[in-house]
Design a protein around this ligand. Sequence first.
Ligand code: KMH
Ligand code: ZN
Length: 273
Amino acid sequence: MDKLIITAALTGAEVTRDDNPNLPVTPAEIAEAAYGCYQAGAAIVHLHVRNEDGTPTQSAEVYKATVDLIRAKCDLIIQVSTGGAVGMTAEERLQPVYLKPEMATLSTGTVNFGDDVFMNPPAYLEKFARAMQEQGVKPEIEAFDVGMINNALQLVKKGLISEPLHFDFVMGVPGGIPGTIKNLLHMVESIPSGSTWTVAGMGRTELPLGTAAIIMGGHVRVGFEDNIFYEKGVLAESNAQLVERIFRVAQIHNRPVALPDEARKILKLPGGD
Ligand code: KMH
Ligand code: ZN
């Protein structure tokens, strides 16, 4: 088994300070949170950014300010979001890709998202994959349901993404695949051999799915984007607290945790050569 790659999804687009007052919002807060997660064992930071009023933005300027602050502190792998927030245009969502981060998310299908719809029609998939290819950015394929794996394989056939693929199974979104162990097994069995995968379990599914991934040889994403609680009724104090916990679970199961440079090698990022 490879070492475990922990991704910290710090902010997301939907969570607010009313949900959890410890949510990092400004570039300085996000960078501080990223550094805390790095110290706790994260190798990748999945980034969303916000306007000063806390609303989500995909502004390249705000991303750049945030990334520069993180870079000044540590060598975390930066993974920008191209999902942004529901309702954003494709052009808006793509902005941070032109900063040439090491990774970006690529959602490979439309999904109901609570009361909203997260739009990813075929034309978006091709446009996003092409932009990442041109900018030399490795996609993390966000599969909110099993059919999205097939959509990713279509992009491989079209030459728009190349193997080895890296998947994130986003499980437990209302409208997407439920976050059960049986469903996780089905997702894992549905990806091409040689792929790497991580799991992002929403809410109370974060810990059991993450634990299963540790045992199965997958990787794990934790953080406020997916889960704001430490335990039932108790808000998490920080993103780092969630990283620390999954780090401990890995230790209990004798799965060593990857440093950023080790994760670069596992994911076959250009910087890992
Ligand atoms: N905020 C969601 C609508 C991603 O980062 O690529 C989409 C999302 C996925 O968060
Ligand atoms: Zn995201």
